[in-house]
Design a protein around this ligand. Structure first.
Ligand code: ZN
Length: 246
């Protein structure tokens, strides 16, 4: 039903979306990356951007069945108490490290879906580099694997990173991690020193200037905080440079 609502008035982009959904479904079984023409991770040519308009590539919708099926047992674990109806699927594009427009996707809580769509659009418009924006389900719901691959992601039903069994803001779809390899999570030595992802240790020197470093001078920090998000990079108990939450 919501496919029809979504398709209404979207014409060609609707056709692309349906192809994408078909390809994403097929891709998880037999289709190789080369054959996948418009799934997440695919580069969008300037011609396509011009033909359909950038707005067509920033879409919020209820979670399509094919995506929800894929999430089962991965980000949407058996004990998940967040109803599907509280979550939204965002289809977006972002600029990768080479400045190319790339298809991305996020699942977030509906309460922040409009914010995240606007933020991703602002970051795209200013060519802010984000390496990958794929569902954590491609990593079997394993956040450490997703972070180590520098994947930007949001919803994942899991407990807080660290020695607590409280649920994370990610579990509610109320948080997003941006370029996590370059912006690691760091817990101080007096607790049990941890850097996540482990390869992110190379980026723990925050005095060093490198691309995609999130600090208070960074565009990500500015745009997220303008939208009312809190940044994990200036917390007292730990540093979570990749993390924004509401
Ligand atoms: Zn986070």
């Amino acid at each position: 039903m919501y496919f029809c609502v979504f398709m209404k008035g979207r014409g060609l982009f609707g056709a692309i979306f349906i192809s994408m959904m078909f390809l994403m479904t097929a891709c998880r079984q037999t289709v190789t990356q080369e054959q996948m023409t418009f799934g997440p991770g695919c580069i969008v040519s300037d011609e396509l951007l011009e033909k359909y308009g950038v707005d067509s590539f920033f879409v919020c919708m209820e979670i399509p069945d094919v995506i929800f099926d894929f999430m089962q047992g991965r980000s949407y674990k058996e004990d998940c108490t967040i109803p599907r109806s509280n979550l939204r699927y965002l289809f977006i594009i972002h600029r990768n490290m080479d400045g190319q427009a790339v298809v991305g996707e996020l699942v977030v809580n509906k309460e922040i879906s409009a914010d995240i769509l606007e933020i991703m659009r602002e970051l795209y418009d200013m060519s802010y580099p984000i390496e990958k924006v794929r569902l954590v389900d491609y990593y079997e719901g394993d956040d450490k694997l997703s972070m180590a691959d520098n994947n930007t992601s949001a919803f994942n039903w899991r407990s807080l990173t660290g020695p607590s069994d409280k649920i994370s803001k990610h579990a509610k779809g109320m948080a997003i991690d941006i370029n996590p390899l370059y912006n690691p999570y760091y817990r101080f030595p007096y607790v049990n020193e941890t850097v996540l992802p482990a390869p992110g240790e190379a980026y723990m020197d925050r005095m060093w200037e490198f691309p995609c470093k999130i600090d208070e001078d960074d565009a990500c920090y500015r745009i997220f905080t303008e939208h009312g998000f809190k940044w994990g990079g200036n917390w007292n108990s730990l540093r979570d440079y990749q993390h924004f939450e509401k």
